[in-house]
Each structure stands twice: as structure tokens, then as C-alpha cells.
Design a protein around this ligand. Structure first.
Ligand SMILES: [Zn+2]
Length: 114
């Protein structure tokens, strides 16, 4: 069994938490049934709402202080500010969501909590 931080690192990169070589996802958020390298089974692990919850928590805690700091003195036109912040939020969500799902799958696998 790999160490806790190895599992965290491999899972965040979308790699098999056991061997670190095979992919954890077949598509954007579609997890593989088993690792193509070591054969470890992942199809039965369900992360459910955990990754979405973690992603929202992280993005909200990163962006909310920036908004409170930047927006009061902003001279940006409203249309630009709304477009910019919405786009930045969306990009952060799309980047973090598969990493959060990988993390949940890896930790559920390591703790045999499925
Ligand atoms: Zn593997």
C-alpha cells in the first residue's frame, strides 16, 4: 500500500493511486473500471458529491477574498468585470473538478471506504 502523500499526489494528477502509471480517468470525469497498468479495480468506487463540494469550497475561498479586495476600487466596466470573473470561476472549476474527483477516488481506495 503506497503512503498517504503518494496516493494524494498520484490521484491529483489523475493517475492510478496504487502504481502511479495508469490513468484514473477514461474521459474528463469518467473513471476507469481498472488500471490499465496494474489492474487495480476502481469501477466500484463512488465519489458522489464530494468532488463538487471540494471544488466549490476551494474556488470560493480563493476568489471571494480577491473579489472583496479588487472590486471596491475597480474601474472596469461592469460587463467586462462580470465576464472576466465568470470566466475565471468557470476555468478554475473545470480545472479543479477532475483533480478533486481523483483525490476522492484515491482516498476512498486507500482507506477501503467503498
Ligand atoms: Zn495502477
Amino acid at each position: 500500500m503506497p503512503g498517504f502523500w503518494s496516493v494524494v499526489g498520484r490521484s491529483l494528477l489523475g493517475r492510478c493511486p496504487k502504481c502511479g502509471k495508469g490513468n484514473l480517468f477514461a474521459r474528463y470525469l469518467k473513471q476507469v473500471d481498472h488500471c490499465e497498468d496494474c489492474g487495480e479495480q476502481f469501477g466500484h468506487i463512488r465519489a458522489d458529491d464530494g468532488p463538487a463540494w471540494l471544488t466549490i469550497i476551494v474556488v470560493g475561498h480563493v476568489l471571494a477574498p480577491i473579489w472583496l479586495w479588487v472590486l471596491p476600487g475597480s474601474t472596469w466596466p461592469e460587463w467586462f468585470a462580470m465576464t472576466f470573473w465568470a470566466t475565471l470561476s468557470l476555468v478554475m472549476l473545470l480545472v479543479l473538478l477532475p483533480r478533486a474527483k481523483g483525490l476522492f477516488i484515491g482516498l476512498i481506495w486507500r482507506n477501503q471506504a467503498h
